[in-house]
Design a protein around this ligand. Structure first.
Ligand code: MN3
Length: 218
C-alpha cells in the first residue's frame, strides 16, 4: 500500500468489498452497503471512465496523479474528473478503513492521537463534530501532514480529496446522505457514532506506519 490509490489506471474498476455486505451490521446495514458500493460507488467509476474515454493521453495516469494535477485534464472534462474521480478515490479509501473486527488504535497511531488530541476520546469527539457539522454532502478525514508530521482533521464538501494538498489520508467518514439515510434517516450524529464501531483501526495504523516509512526513505 505505497499509495492510497495504488497504480491503477484507466479503465478504473470497482474494487470488491473486503467483507460481506452484511458484515458491518447492525451499524452499517446490509441494504445500505449494497446500494452504496454496487450503485453509488460504481456510478462514480463508470462516470470517471466515461469522462476519460476520449482522452487517451490520460489513460496511463493514476487517479492520484489526475486529482493532484487536475490542470492536465482538458477543461471540458475537469469537473467530471474532480467529482467522479474524487468519488472513486474516497470510496476506495473508505472500504479499506472500515471492517467488522472490533479493533482499537495502538502503537504509533495511538501515540500520535494522544500527543495531538490529548486522548482518543477527545479525538473522536472532534472528528465527530467535524463530520456532523459538514454542511450537506462531504467527507471528514484524519490526515497526516508530512510537512509538520502532525495529524489533522479535515472536512471537505462534495467529493473533495486530499490529493494535491500534500496531506495523506489515514481514515475517512462519508457523510453523504446515501451513506446513512435508509437506516438513520436525517440523524447524522447517530450514524457517525455507529461509524466508530466499524473503523478498522489496524488498517488506519498500517496507513500511518506506511506513510512514516515513505517519509523516512523519501
Ligand atoms: Mn458514499
Amino acid at each position: 500500500m505505497s499509495d492510497t490509490l495504488g497504480v491503477a489506471t484507466y479503465p478504473f474498476k470497482l474494487p470488491a468489498l473486503r467483507h460481506d455486505y452484511g458484515a458491518l451490521e447492525p451499524y452499517f446495514d446490509e441494504r445500505t452497503m449494497r446500494l452504496h458500493h454496487d450503485r453509488h460507488h460504481k456510478h462514480y467509476v463508470d462516470a470517471l471512465n466515461a469522462a476519460l474515454k476520449d482522452l487517451p493521453q490520460l489513460h496511463g495516469k493514476g487517479l492520484a496523479h489526475l486529482l493532484s494535477h487536475i490542470e492536465v485534464v482538458p477543461a471540458a472534462a475537469r469537473t467530471a474528473v474532480v467529482n467522479n474521480g474524487g468519488g472513486h478515490a474516497n470510496h476506495q479509501l473508505l472500504w479499506k478503513v472500515i471492517g467488522p473486527e472490533g479493533t482499537k488504535p495502538e502503537g504509533l497511531l495511538l501515540a500520535a492521537i494522544k500527543s495531538q488530541f490529548d486522548s482518543l476520546e477527545n479525538f473522536k469527539n472532534r472528528f465527530t463534530e467535524a463530520a456532523v457539522k459538514q454542511f450537506a454532502s462531504g467527507w471528514t478525514f484524519l490526515a497526516l501532514d508530512p510537512a509538520s508530521d502532525r495529524l489533522e482533521i479535515v472536512s471537505l464538501p462534495n467529493h473533495g480529496t486530499l490529493h494535491g494538498s500534500g496531506k495523506r489520508a489515514l481514515l475517512v467518514c462519508d457523510v453523504w446522505e446515501h451513506a446513512y439515510y435508509l437506516k438513520y434517516e436525517n440523524r447524522r450524529p447517530e450514524f457517525v457514532q455507529a461509524f466508530w464501531h466499524v473503523v478498522d483501526w489496524n488498517a488506519v495504523g498500517e496507513r500511518l506506519v506506511t506513510q512514516h516509512e515513505a517519509l523516512r526513505t523519501a
